[in-house]
Design a protein around this ligand. Structure first.
Ligand SMILES: [Zn+2]
Length: 80
């Protein structure tokens, strides 16, 4: 599932998301696949953070591929 947020908190710090790029989550089993998908879908490598460090309104932290609790967040920070 693609989740579009304007801001998320990463390690408690408010971080602005790059418009047009979603936040996705992946379990360890699917993280390589999700990295490839992100690059294929958006032609850019995402920034990755541990899922537990990323918080946002209504953020659903389940693996996009299998629905398991996610370990990694894939997102694109504005200005990076
Ligand atoms: Zn998974």
């Amino acid at each position: 599932m693609d989740q579009k947020l304007e801001h998320v908190k990463i390690e408690g710090k408010d971080v602005e998301m790059h418009p047009g790029f979603p936040v996705r989550f992946a379990c360890m089993e699917h993280v390589d696949e999700e990295l490839d998908d992100y690059v294929n879908d958006f032609e850019t490598a995402p920034d990755t953070h541990r899922a537990e460090l990323v918080e946002g309104d209504g953020l659903d932290k389940r693996c996009r591929a299998c629905g398991a609790p996610a370990k990694m967040a894939l997102l694109k920070e504005k200005g990076l």
